[in-house]
Ligand binder design. Sequence first.
Ligand SMILES: Cc1ncc(COP(=O)(O)O)c(C=O)c1O
Length: 380
Amino acid sequence: MAFEFIAEQLAQQKLAHRLRQRQCIAEQQGAKLFYQNKEYLNFSSNDYLGLNQHPEINDAFHEGIRKFGASSCSSSLVTGFSYAHQVLENTVCEWLNKPRCLLFNSGFSANHGVLHALATDQTQFWLDKLSHASLIDGAFSGKAKVKRFLHNNYDQLEQLLMQKKLPNNLIVSEGVFSMDGDRADVNALQNIAKKYDSWLYLDDAHSLGVIGDKGQGSTSINPDIDIVMATFGKAVATSGAFIACNEELHDFLINFSRHYIYSTAMSPANAWATNKSIEIIQREHWRREKIAELSALFSSTLDPEIELIPTSSSINAIVIGDELKALEIAQKLKAKGIWLTAIRPPTVPNGTSRLRVTISASHNLQDIKSLAENINKVIH
Ligand SMILES: Cc1ncc(COP(=O)(O)O)c(C=O)c1O
């Protein structure tokens, strides 16, 4: 029978308690989420700055629809690239102080699209072990050689680079790691890149908006990062993504990145709303300050025996280890009105199932106290 593996693999997932299913959320309002007529405090959202449903962004969306339409109606190289896209690209360039910016429909397609375009047989990618699936898939999608180094282990990275054999070397890391919330040392990475005549590619999905005095992410720490990718689907609270880079790479991607060329351009209304969101992110510092304040309260209220990965981002990971135990804890918290998804393999390595708590600017002190106290009770 054709495609027998489909039923087989689903059955295996079920047996291993790993069958993934979606839950249809009725509404998300600030820190609250509504599901099956019940209200929950949401600690699983990537809306780090609490900008979803911001009236100015919603208005910009409506204005964008009126001015440019909901759809771009074609790919960027045909007629899909509009004034709204140009304005957004310019805004990102100014914000990050980079010469060029190129928009993609998602962070996944940006990562995949760029790495695939650079993956010649004379290219070697050096990926942090905890890189996102889109980076891994992009790196392996072409003819390039791929080597993964231990998470944030730059001694090992240097040892590997000393033996590099190919002329085009790209170090790939995340700025803030998605499932751990810890950070790469971007200065160290950029120095290593320079020392070994390589480039640095930084996925700033979880840094943008949250890190830097104006939320510029890792470029606020090191302005020389060769290629920066970030998604608009997290702190920016719209959707899509960008690549910030030099002029030559920008032109190369327009000509050779299949994800860019053969895909309908981002909705111009979305681009217009994203531009507004970035304006708010740059001026409303209190949102970043609040995340820092609430994160400090969370770690100080949590039982000291509970292991929290140190972070200076919105992501607070509590490693539980066993998958079923992590699921059970998440289930118990849900019964108490706290929505906290258990993250399990293959998203994280075996034996490191965890609770991934995201603290956002829309939470308040009481939300965080209630979360920490409930986690203390449920874990013990
Ligand atoms: C580190 C990282 N890179 C890329 C992506 C993909 O971004 P998007 O959701 O816009 O496809 C994500 C999010 O899922 C992510 O966590």
